[in-house]
Design a protein around this ligand. Sequence first.
Ligand code: MN
Length: 430
Amino acid sequence: MNTGIDAGLVASHNDKLQHHLQNDYQHLGEQLARRHIDIDRVRAQVAAFGVAIPSWGVGTGGTRFARFPGPGEPRHVFDKLEDCGVIHQLARATPTVSLHIPWDKCSDWRELRGAATALGLSFDAMNSNTFSDQKDQAHSYKFGSLTHTDAGTRAQAVAHNLECIEIGRQLGSTALTVWVGDGSNFPGQQHFRRAFDRYLDSTRQIYAALPADWRMFLEHKINEPAFYSTVIQDWGSSYLAATALGPQAQCLVDLGHHAPNVNIEMIVARLVAAGKLAGFHFNDSKYGDDDLDAGSVSPYRLFLVFNELVAAAHEQVPGFDPAYMLDQSHNVTDPIESLMTSAVQVQRSYAQALLVDRDALDAAQEANDAMTATHLLKAAFQTDVTPLLQQVRRDAGGAIDPVAVYRASGYRRQAAEARPAVAGGGGGIV
Ligand SMILES: [Mn+2]
């Protein structure tokens, strides 16, 4: 088993950058002190922040046109864990991994849990898959799964979700994420109300099997693979379903699953207020797809989402406890580099949102001073918190410049030698 990046290499890279980091951190500290912000307090909050890696993210992704595999792709879940270990070792922001079943099935879950522990990792939400058919499956999901018109197909999809809970229990997970691709491609193809009722009937059976300390995350998506209608197409349908199911069911927001120009931060605020925000799948989008790296196109939107989250924590909204996960497909980059960069981008947005002067913003809102209010947000967003993030990584034993150390390590080249390409490997996107 690969044991990650040589600690000596990390240290020698850090040593070279330490002088600059010290100066930059001190300068940022002075800037923040003028704004009555204690940089060390922010540093401690950012250090406690983590975002989960999706196991499927460490393989090269693709589109419905083609997939161009990269060298050294993980062949199975143990390889995926190794890559997740490297991401966390260098960037120190991703202590958990989210598995997808059956993609990540293995013969010994105890061994897998042990391997994760050895890498300093634990398991986040379990993800079920009823959007593609598996080998030897009795019923096809071509026309749906949990909402299929055929009771046998629905029962098969329910049973798969129950299996995911059982596997997750063995791994120490405490959440199940359910996303279905169910929907229709033609007007008239599906009876909208009946399909939703079938969804509720199926998810009630899954909900009933949840351990008491588990949550069920319902993930909505406006389209794809169904291109005319999807059964859980937006936060409204997701909220209706989560409310019908009960308190352990909440709504997961994937940033790429909305119509263009939708105000996602406002959806977040609504779900926070309703006590129904499960958490996030972070990614970015430009034309409606969700495959771009988090914050690569719209970092301000990501900041505005975190502004709502930090405000909710600041105001101590009861039950506020969102789960954070990346969910993106890496088609042209080394997935490890993309995931480290994205985790740091999410962490950056969180750090920036911590810099918002909440009292001043409250006052500006009460006074209807739109210009001051928006300036307060921009002042936080435009603060370069890079030295703070670097310091947090350094404190935790990570790399000041994770991508540079990763490239210098030769990890991918070694992985390519150790992992001969297999058919059907790689990643996906949900
Ligand atoms: Mn997702």
